[in-house]
Write a protein that binds this ligand. Structure first.
Ligand code: FAD
Length: 337
């Protein structure tokens, strides 16, 4: 049912950055409403890689993405922010102190400030141009995300790509799958050097078949069941890799959708912000996480967390005009509940 809500801060996007912003707003006694197009919170962590371990969250040496989101939910729970899930924010009008947001389900939210934490917007995988792809996408012969490692037990897996996802998943699946082949068009991988080194070690030990320099060429199968992936060199030499599943990891395409029409400056599908405050070119509208850009920006979860804190502090004078904000550590402030 469509809802009408009034709040201090409307947060568009419930990925890790948006979730943590609820906490930061709460600590400054600002009410927040969290809105996401997906049915669940967690953004890319939940939708794309819930079982992938993350190694670069400060003070958590390794945590699976789904557990990180569970922890963030626990951390934000005391603030009891209303959530509008399964709703895409389509409209933003008004000005600092009095914004109106509308969703595709007819919800209306009024807010004094807005934080856009929309990540890659409506994200989708970049698909390799291959005949018959759709047929195998339906049957699971071609998949773009690993949601459950167990689904790949005993399967012959071909991974294509040269970035972090290709490397991380080759390593994470090598002890589960019947075989792993990694197809890449050049020997160098654009992955964390430590993980790329581990890939080389696994290949040298015979646990992973490196198919280099090759590119995807075609798919072979019977009745929708994938049996092989055809690969070729630039010179046209072809071979067939036996396969039950192809995992092409060629990155995500970004579609900011309606956000691009809200009158905010855009820079290659991102929202430029003032680094010290995370404010966009529209006063009172802030952007944090993957969607925000400024010189030196790192698209990492830890960066999105820090930006949530900076945005909340910058928003405080909009919500409490004329009231001084005395900086306090969380220990002295305490958390409700
Ligand atoms: P997102 O997680 O993208 O969430 C944005 C949310 O906004 C989405 O849920 C979307 O539905 C919603 N949204 C967008 N538009 C609207 C709208 N109009 N209305 C309502 N909702 C909207 N980072 C690390 O730090 N360490 C890692 O090890 C790591 N590994 C990764 C592995 C993979 C395979 C991928 C794909 C990414 C990885 N990342 C990693 C990157 C990390 O996931 C992102 O930096 C992080 O998710 C960004 O968080 P966010 O909250 O800004 O956006």
């Amino acid at each position: 049912m469509a809802q009408v809500l009034d709040t201090d801060v409307a947060i568009v996007g419930a990925g890790p950055a948006g979730l943590f912003a609820v906490f930061e707003c709460g600590m400054l006694k600002m009410r927040a409403v969290l809105i996401d197009a997906l049915d669940a919170v967690g953004g890319q962590c939940t939708a794309l890689y819930p079982e992938k371990p993350i190694y670069d969250i400060p003070a958590l040496p390794a945590i699976e993405a789904a557990d990180l989101i569970t922890n963030l939910e626990t951390q934000t729970a005391p603030f009891d922010a209303p959530r509008l899930l399964g709703r895409r924010v389509t409209g933003l009008t008004g000005e600092a102190g009095a914004f109106r947001l509308s969703t595709d389900k007819g919800d209306q939210v009024t807010a004094k400030a807005v934080i856009i934490a929309a990540g890659a917007g409506a994200f989708g995988p970049n698909r390799p141009p291959m005949d018959g792809l759709e047929e195998y996408e339906v049957t699971g012969g071609v998949q773009y995300y690993v949601r459950r490692r167990e689904d790949f037990r005993g399967k012959r897996v071909v991974i294509a790509g040269g970035g972090d996802s290709a490397v991380d998943w080759a390593l994470a699946l090598k002890d589960i799958a019947a075989s792993i082949a990694v197809v890449h068009r050049r020997p160098k991988f654009r992955a964390a050097p430590e993980m790329a080194a581990r890939l080389d070690e696994a290949a040298a030990a015979g646990a992973i078949d490196m198919v280099i320099p090759y590119q995807l060429q075609g798919l072979e199968g019977e009745g929708g069941r994938l049996t092989g992936v055809v690969v070729a060199t630039l010179q046209g030499e072809q071979k067939v890799l036996p396969a039950d599943v192809l995992l092409p990891f060629f990155g995500l395409s970004m579609d900011l959708g309606p956000i691009a029409d809200w009158g905010l400056a855009l820079e290659r599908h991102h929202l430029p912000v003032t680094p010290a405050t995370c404010e966009t070119t529209m006063p009172g509208v802030f952007a944090i996480g993957d969607v925000a850009t400024y010189p030196g920006k790192l698209k990492l979860i830890l960066q999105g967390f820090a930006e949530g804190a900076m945005a909340a502090h910058a928003i405080h004078p909009i919500v409490y005009p004329g009231k001084a904000l005395h900086f306090e550590y969380s220990t002295s402030q305490g958390v409700p509940g």
